[in-house]
Structures are given as C-alpha cells and as structure tokens.
Design a protein around this ligand. Structure first.
Ligand SMILES: Cc1cn([C@H]2C[C@H](O)[C@@H](COP(=O)(O)OP(=O)(O)OP(=O)(O)O)O2)c(=O)[nH]c1=O
Length: 191
C-alpha cells in the first residue's frame, strides 16, 4: 500500500518517519476557518479529513493519504497560528498559569473512505512573565505553531506537565496513525 503524507509540516514529516514505512509527501492547500457553531473537536477533525481528501486528489488512486490538524483550546477559544506578535502575546497571556487542551486529529483516506482519530491532551503551563513571553517570540519558534508554542522546542520550559499524548501536541500521534494504517491494510486484504 502506497502511503502519502498530505502536509507541509516538518514536524509531521519527521514523526511519520518513525513508523518505518516509506511515504511520499503532497502539500494541499486547505482553508482553515472554524464555522459558526462548530466545536473545536469537530473543526480539527474536519480539517484533518479535508487535508487527507485534498491530498488524495493530488496522489495516485491506490494511495493511503494521511492528513492532520492541531489546535490549542483555552477557555473554549480555539488558538491557531499567531498572525503577528500582538496575537502571539495575547495567546501566551491566556495560556500563562493555566491548563489548556491541545487537540490533534489524524485522518486517513483510502479506497474512497476516510477514517479519523482525535486526540486531546491537557497541557499545564507555568505562570509566564512578559519578559519570558517576549524572549520566546524572538526565538522565531511561535510563528508556525498552533497556540504560538512548540512543546518540542524552547517552550518546553513553560510546560509543568501534560496528560495525554506528547506526540499529538507536537502534531502527529503515532499510535493512532499506525492504527489507521493497519486498519486500511486489513481492509485491503479483505477485498
Ligand atoms: C501545540 C504545538 C503545535 N505545533 C505545530 C504542529 C503543526 O505543524 C502546527 C499547527 O498547524 P496545522 O494547521 O495543524 O498544520 P500545518 O499548517 O503546520 O501543516 P499542514 O496543515 O500542512 O499539515 O503547530 C508544534 O509543532 N508544537 C506544539 O507544541
């Protein structure tokens, strides 16, 4: 079974390599806009599905295509990538000294069907000073990350502990991804 990652995220590329399965990459362009009344869980799942399905259109028909999406949810507000430093600063003040959820959905499109797994991880941040928030922006890490931070980078020192899946926070939960691939392989053998 050919495997394709529909993502421009370098984190997802590196993580998927850990499954030791050969794969190629396509980079579909999906509009990321939460709809009125759409829950964060439904939103992140829909985006993962749309990425996998858009990736399938760019791939061969036999391919199994993986799409994924990550958002941070703090006090019912969805935080995506910061659009500028002011947006980032307001996100970090929200996250400071509180717990939030990092939601990652991974979807696999294969043989006309799309399956999706959603992973929710609670992340507890320490209280952050304005100087710490400013210094972290200067590292350049926040710009392309949901919630404005990378747990795998210099924001690690802000994280007191997590409950859930570390790799899901980074962007691709490998247990769930492997399960989706194995289910697709099984469906292939049944035909
Ligand atoms: C919370 C968090 C997010 N992130 C990243 C994972 C995702 O790349 C990004 C969230 O944006 P996404 O829109 O999920 O993904 P993306 O635009 O980077 O890549 P693509 O849609 O092409 O797959 O934030 C981290 O790297 N570390 C973290 O701790």
């Amino acid at each position: 079974m050919q495997l394709v990652l529909a993502s421009g995220s370098p984190r997802r590329f590196e993580l998927l390599q850990l499954l030791d399965r050969p794969f190629s990459v396509v980079k579909p362009n999906i509009e990321e806009q939460q709809q009125a009344g759409e829950t964060a869980e439904a939103y992140v799942s829909r985006l993962a599905v749309e990425k996998a399905q858009a990736g399938a259109k760019l791939s061969s028909v036999e391919a199994a295509v993986i799409g994924s999406d990550t958002v941070v949810v703090c006090e019912q507000q969805v935080l995506e990538k910061p659009v500028n430093q002011a947006d980032y600063t307001s996100m970090m003040h929200k996250l400071s000294g509180r717990s939030h959820h990092a939601l990652t959905a991974v979807a696999l499109h294969y043989n006309g069907a799309t399956n999706v797994a959603l992973v929710s991880t609670m992340v507890h941040f320490k209280e952050l000073s304005a100087a710490e928030i400013d210094a972290y922006w200067q590292t350049g890490e926040p710009k392309d990350k949901a919630g404005g931070y990378g747990i795998q980078g210099r924001a690690a020192k802000f994280v007191r502990h997590i409950e859930g899946s570390y790799l899901a926070v980074v962007g691709l939960p490998l247990y769930e991804t492997e399960q989706l691939i194995q289910a697709a392989e099984q469906s292939q053998n049944e035909c």
